[in-house]
Design a protein around this ligand. Structure first.
Ligand SMILES: [Zn+2]
Length: 328
């Protein structure tokens, strides 16, 4: 395995970087689960090419592992939860994975083992920035395996006129995320992201999760958001923001929705060469869109990223058999 260390700040695009990547070294943090309020210890470990993102529940034993792929999504109502029924009879599940997954995708790191001693990824400050910081501190090592991508071949749309999402072919990943809330403090916002401009860490990763104060009691009655506070969420009350320090970006809400979408779509297991456009979509719709894409074998194919490099621009992409994606 090559161990060339990549300067994170030099990563102008995850889609012109053609080799798989992992972390240079293990790194560790602790935090609290947003919904469970449980204290949890998180360790990110380097992993060989082809590993993908593999969660390991150290509190359940050495074999309590679960792959972060779309087929393992078990709940997407307020956060994204993956689970399986294979271990200890009750299965292994990990929830609130989306911000960590977005950090991996945004930093172009695909091979990593995530060890947790609890059922929920710590919420940290409600954004992906603390995870980006961890990745940056650990360092990124390029591996010698060419990166593969999922090239989208035709438009797929899900939803209705009130909320929808679509994915269309493109030669790189980009996203337009629109929201429209009746609440005046949020209102209508949109955010455009282009994977080629290297803006993830500065322009999106710091956007925090948000909720309406009126929803908090309802969530707590349902046993959710027990660890939520103004330290890890933007809360909008009747008369505006409750967070005294205000917002981190003018369109922080739309940017956070974009962040969630990038994290959710990374469960494809490889970068998507596609443009995604969503309107008032949440986790459930992100996963519905990804499922509709992956279920349609005419809608995508594997390609080697190597075939997209500038010095091979005229070379035909190397296409892999779509059946390989059944596990993706
Ligand atoms: Zn989120």
């Amino acid at each position: 395995m090559s161990s060339e260390v990549v300067d994170y700040k030099m990563e102008s695009s995850i889609l012109t970087m053609n080799f798989e990547r992992t972390l240079k070294a293990p790194i560790h943090c602790t935090g609290t689960g947003l919904h469970s309020n449980a204290k949890v210890s998180l360790t990110l470990l380097p992993a060989p090419p082809g590993t993908g993102v593999l969660f390991r529940r150290t509190d359940l034993g050495p074999e309590a592992e679960i792959q972060a792929i779309h087929g393992n999504v078990t709940d997407s109502r307020l956060c994204t939860t993956i689970g399986n029924g294979k271990s200890n009879g009750g299965g292994v599940s990990v929830s609130t994975i989306e911000h960590l997954m977005a950090a991996f995708a945004g930093c172009g790191v695909e091979n990593v083992i995530v060890e947790l001693d609890g059922a929920e990824v710590p919420i940290m400050d409600g954004s992906a920035a603390p995870f980006v910081f961890l990745i940056e501190c650990a360092g990124i090592a390029e591996q010698n395996t060419p990166r593969r991508a999922i090239q989208v071949l035709k438009e797929i749309s899900v939803g209705n006129e009130d909320r929808w999402a679509s994915i269309t072919p493109s030669d790189h990943f980009s996203l337009r995320c629109e929201i429209a809330y009746d609440n005046g403090a949020i209102g209508a916002q949109s955010y455009d992201y282009d994977s080629r401009d290297g803006s993830f860490a500065d322009e999106m990763s710091r956007a925090r999760t948000f909720c309406l104060e009126s929803d908090v009691e309802e969530m707590r009655a349902a046993g959710l958001a027990l660890g939520g506070s103004l330290d890890n969420a933007v809360v909008i009350g009747e008369h505006g923001l409750l967070n005294e320090d205000g917002l981190r970006y003018d369109t922080e809400f739309a940017r956070h929705k974009a962040l969630d979408c990038i994290g959710d779509l990374s469960l494809a297991g490889a970068p998507l060469m596609a443009h995604v456009h969503s309107f008032c979509a949440g986790h459930a719709m992100n996963h519905q869109l990804l499922g509709a894409l992956l279920d349609d074998s005419d809608a995508w194919r594997w390609i080697d990223m190597d075939a997209q490099s500038p010095n091979r621009r005229n070379a035909a992409p190397q296409v892999h058999h779509a059946a390989a994606a059944a596990s993706a």
